[in-house]
Design a protein around this ligand. Structure first.
Ligand code: AMP
Length: 412
């Protein structure tokens, strides 16, 4: 189906000219959003969901709001600054094709509030905000939400991970009761189900599965290696397989800094990317990586959310993600929008059981590899007994064990 069949106006069709056909989420969402319906879209990262809401919302704005400019028609809530920047860029690019001037303001935490207050003077048509900063701006009377007609929650699962449930009750009290609500999420956990039930009215539902249509574009490899050999192996792979641009995932900020440092010392340009960097440093790091001024970006999950680099060739799990659904988010960073990609996971002895769980959850079966010169010698840890999925002992198990250790009462 071409973009022209979705009900978009001619100027907005021009904004799609760089793409051959709409992606599945765009085909399903655009007509529903144009009708003014609420929407629940479960779609993986990289599926083209930004345009799926940006295009129809711009069209609705231009039909209904030309007479009331700058009255904050659309509020888009996002978990991270990077995602806000990506959406703002798409919105401005598409709005440039419309005859009206549309004002888009990003209001995100982690950078100074004053320029954002200045930008909001005289109002705005579209605001993209992180929840905490939005509430700060409302408190300072820089922003009023009483005329919002459409609310978008993007990457709602991540918003909830970051404590959005608490902010949500305050935000919803500031919004008009009658509005269009769009909820986009890569996963649909129970907490999100509760939010969706309270937020959406008779929503159109879209579910785009990441498999099997997305993952075959990404070649997945799992390499067994000892913990201490991971960095030398990474250096070896980057050099021997001539990887030009690699996004490496780690679990913690400390590991990101440490690994980037070691790579640099091995002569590979690398930069760390995590939530504790200033906004300026994060933008700079991303810009350097995007423009191939650095070869490796070593990132934590939270910071990496919202990174949009088309055709990212290699994603590497130096450490596995704790949540099985994050595995798909991570590897979805490679092979975006129809381009082939490579996702490599390092499997240390103590991560093997967790990787089997990831495979089971996503119905994957990835052959294990060993690289000559880096063959593992570590033995897997002994299996834990009892507890949740064999990982942790439950409270009951601990009480039982303590009881067993207590000396038995004297026999009379
Ligand atoms: P998103 O899921 O919105 O983050 O988009 C992921 C990537 O897909 C972005 O780089 C977009 O430029 C690209 N994209 C969006 N729509 C299409 C489309 N219809 N065809 C090909 N690529 C697209």
């Amino acid at each position: 189906m071409p973009f022209a069949a979705l009900g978009l106006s001619i100027p907005l069709l021009r904004a799609t000219s760089r793409y051959a056909t709409p992606s599945p989420v765009q085909t399903d969402a655009i007509p529903r959003v144009l009708e003014g319906r609420d929407l629940l879209a479960i779609a993986p990262t990289g599926s083209g969901k930004t345009l799926a809401f940006v295009l129809p919302l711009l069209q609705r704005w231009s039909h209904t709001h030309r007479d009331q400019p700058r009255s904050l028609h659309t509020l888009i809530l996002v978990p991270t600054r990077e995602l806000a920047a990506q959406i703002a860029e798409t919105l401005r690019r598409c709005a440039g094709h419309l005859p009206d001037r549309i004002k888009v303001v990003s209001a995100v935490g982690g950078s100074s509030i004053n320029p954002q207050m200045m930008a909001l003077r005289g109002g705005a048509d579209f605001v993209i905000a992180t929840p905490g900063r939005l509430l700060d701006l409302v408190e300072r009377r820089a922003l009023h939400l009483d005329r919002v007609e459409t609310l978008v929650l993007d990457e709602a699962d991540r918003l909830l991970d970051l404590g959005f449930a608490n902010e949500w009750s305050r935000i919803v009290a500031l919004l008009p009761a009658h509005r269009q609500n769009l909820l986009f999420s890569a996963t649909f956990a129970p907490a999100l189900r509760t939010l969706a039930e309270s937020l959406l009215r008779d929503p159109a539902r879209i579910e785009i599965s990441p498999e099997p249509c997305e993952t075959p574009l990404i070649q997945q490899r799992a390499i067994e290696v000892d913990t201490a050999k991971r960095t030398p192996l990474l250096v070896h792979l980057i050099k021997s397989e001539a990887w030009k641009q690699v996004l490496v995932f780690v679990g913690r900020k400390y590991t990101a800094c440490h690994l980037a440092d070691k790579l640099r010392r091995a002569g590979i340009s690398a930069i760390d990317f995590h939530g504790e960097l200033s906004q300026g440093a994060r933008s700079q790091a991303l810009d350097d990586f995007k423009h191939s001024r650095v070869r490796v970006l070593v990132a934590t999950d939270l910071a990496a959310r919202g990174i949009d680099i088309v055709k990212l060739p290699v994603v590497l799990n130096y450490e596995l993600p704790r949540s099985t659904s994050d595995y798909l988010h991570r590897i979805g960073r490679s092979g975006r929008a129809g381009e082939p990609g490579l996702a490599v996971s390092f499997l240390t002895a103590d991560a093997r059981a967790h990787f089997r769980l990831i495979e089971k959850r996503h119905q994957l079966s990835i052959p294990r590899e060993r690289i000559a010169g880096f063959e593992p010698t570590e033995a897997p840890p002994p299996p834990l007994t009892g507890g949740i999925k064999g990982h942790r002992k439950s409270k009951k198990d601990k009480l039982r064990e303590a009881a067993a250790r207590r000396p038995s009462p004297p026999q009379t």
